[in-house]
Structure formats: C-alpha cells, structure tokens
Write a protein that binds this ligand. Structure first.
Ligand code: NAD
Length: 430
C-alpha cells in the first residue's frame, strides 16, 4: 500500500467506461451506427448496458480462511427476451470486460435471430489457484448473490472461459433449491443428465468449423490442402481441432496459456488428447516442437483460429499474420486498430459474433427443450445448428457484398439493426 493504492486483491475495476475492451465494443457500435444510419437516441441506449450488478463473493477456503472475490453480471439488453450469455472465471475479469462481452452477445443473438438479449457474467479468479471444492462454493455463493436478477425468463447463464458443465450444474442446483423445484432452464450448457442438450459442449467449435468450410469455398481453397493454427485448447479450441481434422485439415500448431507447439507434418490429435487427459502440459507434448507463444498467431497456415482471449490480434501483429482465413472463435480477439490493418490484406475474416454463435444457438435449443420438456436427438441438434449457421453466414456475406462492407461491419450491422428495430417498435416506457 506504499504507493497509496489498495493491494490488487482488494481493487476492482468497476467503471466500464475505463475499460479498453468496453471501449472497443463501443467503437464498433459507433462505426456500425453510421453504416445503418441508426437513430441517435437508440444508439445511446444500446451503448449503455441495461443493468449491471457487482457483488462481493465471500467463501471459506480449504485452509479455513475466508476470502472475497469480485463477481459481475451484466444484462446489456432485455428488449428481445431474457439476457443470455456465459459466465467467465479469469483473473482479468472486470466490469468493463463483462459489459463488452454482454454487448457482443446482443449482436450475436440478433444475427442468429434468437429471442434473447445479451448478458455476461464473471468472477475475478484464477481457476488454477483454487480447488474444486472452492470453485463449487464460489459458484454457489455467486449464484445466491445474483439471484435477484436471474431467472429462466430474465437471465440465463452458460459456460465460458474457466467454467464448464459442472459449474452450470451447481448453478442449476443452487437456483432450484431457492425456488423449490428442479429448474433446468435456468442455465444452458449443463450436463445432459440434468436436462443439458446433446451436442451443446461441441456446438461452438462445430459452428466455427461450419463457417470455416464456407469461407474456404469463398476463397476457392481445398480442405485437403489446408492447414490450421489454433490458439486455445479448451472447450472451443479442442473441438475446432477435432472437427477440422475430421474434414482432412492438418493442425500444424496449437497453443494454450502455458505455451505453444508446432509440427508442420500435422499434430496427432488423438495422441495430444491422450497427453492432455493424463494432466500433462500441452507444451510438453512429445509429438511436436515447442515454439514461443508469441509466434503462434503468425505461424503460416490457411486457417487461423484464435480460441482463447480477447485482444490478441493487435496493431503490433496484425500485419504479420500469414493465414488466408481468420476464424474468430474467441470473443473480441481482434482490436479495431488491427482491423484497419487487416482491411488492406486479403485475409477472409469470419467475425466473432458470427463465427462462435454456435454456442448460443444450441443454448437456445437447450432452453427450448427444457421449457417444453421435450428432448431432441444429437442429429437433429447438429442439423439445425448447421442450417442456422449457414443461413447467418450467407446473410452476412450477402450484406457485405451488397454494401461493400467488411464482414465484421456487415455482421454487427445485422445484429445491431435487429435489436434497434425491436427497441423502436416497443417504444419508450412510460
Ligand atoms: P476454456 O476455458 O475451455 O479454454 C480456454 C483456453 O484458452 C485454454 O486452453 C487456456 O489455456 C487458453 N488460454 C488462456 N489464456 C491464454 C493465453 N494467454 N494465451 C493462449 N491461450 C490461453 O474456454 P472456452 O470455453 O474454450 O472459451 C474460449 C473462447 O471462446 C473465449 O473467448 C470464450 O468467450 C469464447 N466462446 C466460448 C463459448 C463456449 O461455448 N464455451 C461460446 C462462444 C464463445
């Protein structure tokens, strides 16, 4: 505290306007506002999240001591239906990041024509530093703290960075105990035994790959000659690797938070999965060479897939990308400054709000099934997912060509326009 500041564990970033990620989301919205000639009043409403809740989450650690974590839930828009969006556990989580991610969720739901508004939540915590029991207590207490704003018709959470099916099961249980009946529709991305949807875990990665295959057609590239580099080997990244490889595409480099590896002959995914399941570090995989993490994104390939954090493609490395297709599986991986540089290249960008929308799409299927108590087969889920992803891809591509826009601007325009139209139709209360 010598510098007059609170220690990092006590500080929280609670003003979203100060956040570079939120600023990035606002800059994108501003630019789109001009393209679609958005009413100024509506633009201002869309710039501000509808509702933001910051909670302190105290839990008993395994050691017996009590620790407090910051938790956030932001509902960007409630115009089109319940807020929908993931819950992220990561040390960099703050209110601005969560607000930006919530805004992007609104546009994503708009592009996919889903009856949801955008929401997002998070806890500032490093999952590698807490035990499973601590994670469960943190999740249950967080759920208690945000009970006043969540509900199957108000706000429905799903997994994101650092959270998974088990996290959703704890939320479902905590919420169900509070309302006194089993309520699977309070979250999506939960285990299938609890009303989860078959294929939800794989949905984001599958959706990414449906878009990639369309993009390869657009640039007239053959899948059999294509190579891919993937940053992130979690839920999304590992499924993307699997689905690409099933289609004959060679994965030549992969990285995660601990390091990166490359093998120009193609990484043996079955062996890598086995290596990871045995709780080894990805960078120690014997079937590939270690490379510096900062070289991963600039490794030459046909398809580059950032599937980890936001703002990894910046003005510093955008000019060095050596790919033909940039498939944004992560949320917000490319900064607006990097976008300007990429505009002058021949890289085909599949923007995040379209590329990773498979997750929220199958979350929608899950929510519908839970409400109706009627279960679909995995084949039905995958077929419907592919149909909706390709419809959205074609719509965005068509709009981009018609108006001579970048794919990102076209995608955001469609998403923003849908929410804006609904706001205008509903009018202003009272
Ligand atoms: P996850 O926690 O399962 O995996 C994250 C991966 O990123 C891990 O391999 C981790 O090691 C890696 N990573 C973390 N920090 C890194 C760093 N500094 N450098 C390189 N790699 C790093 O998370 P996920 O669910 O796969 O989500 C990944 C991205 O996809 C996030 O941006 C998330 O918002 C987005 N997304 C996820 C879903 C979903 O359904 N899970 C849906 C839409 C978008």
């Amino acid at each position: 505290m010598d510098n007059g500041q609170l220690p990092a564990t006590h500080r929280s970033q609670q003003v979203f306007e100060d956040s570079p990620v939120f600023e990035m989301a606002c800059r994108q919205l501003d630019a789109v506002g001009e393209v679609i000639d958005l009413d100024q009043g509506v633009l201002e409403r869309l710039m501000k999240p509808k509702r933001s809740l910051v909670v302190s989450v105290p839990i008993r650690m395994d050691s017996g001591e009590t620790r407090n974590f910051w938790g956030y839930r932001v509902q960007h828009s409630l115009t089109s239906g319940p807020a929908k969006g993931g819950l992220r556990y990561h040390p960099s989580v703050d209110l601005g990041e969560v607000a930006a991610l919530a805004m992007w969720m609104s546009w994503k739901c708009g592009i996919m024509n889903l009856p949801f508004g955008g929401g997002k939540g998070g806890i500032t915590v490093d999952c590698a530093q807490i035990s499973l029991g601590e994670k469960e207590r943190l999740t249950r207490r967080f759920t208690e703290e945000v009970l006043c704003i969540i509900g199957p018709r108000q706000d429905v959470m799903a997994p994101d960075l650092g959270t998974d099916e088990q996290t959703m099961a704890w939320i479902m249980d905590t919420y169900s105990m509070s309302v006194d009946y089993a309520c699977p529709e309070i979250v999506t991305g939960k285990p299938v035994e609890l009303g989860g949807c078959v294929g939800r875990r794989e949905a984001t990665g599958r959706g990414v790959v449906y878009c990639v295959m369309k993009a390869l057609q657009e640039i007239k590239a053959n899948a059999s000659d294509a190579t891919a580099v993937v940053q992130g080997f979690g839920n999304v990244g590992s499924v993307v690797c699997q689905e690409l490889s099933t289609r004959g595409i060679k994965i030549v480099a992969v990285g995660d938070r601990y390091g990166a590896i490359a093998n120009p002959r193609g990484i043996d995914l079955a062996a890598l999965n086995k290596h990871m399941q045995a709780r080894n570090l990805l960078k120690d995989f014997p079937g590939a060479e270690q490379i510096p993490s900062e070289e991963l994104l600039t490794t030459p390939c046909t398809i580059l897939v950032p599937a980890a954090l936001e703002r990894v493609i910046t003005s510093a490395n955008a000019g060095k990308l050596r790919c033909r297709v940039l498939a944004e599986a992560a949320n917000g991986p490319t900064t607006p400054d990097a976008d300007v540089i990429l505009k002058g290249s021949d890289i085909f960008i599949i923007p995040d709000v379209l590329c990773n929308a498979g997750g929220v799409t199958v979350s929608y299927f899950e929510w519908v099934q839970d409400i109706q108590q009627y279960l679909w087969t995995e084949q039905q889920v995958n077929q419907k997912l592919e149909e909706l992803m390709l419809r959205a891809f074609n719509q965005v591509r068509g709009f981009a060509q018609q108006r001579n826009l970048a794919m990102r601007t076209a995608a955001l325009s469609i998403g923003v326009q849908k929410t804006a139209k609904e706001k205008m139709r509903r009018g202003l209360y009272p």
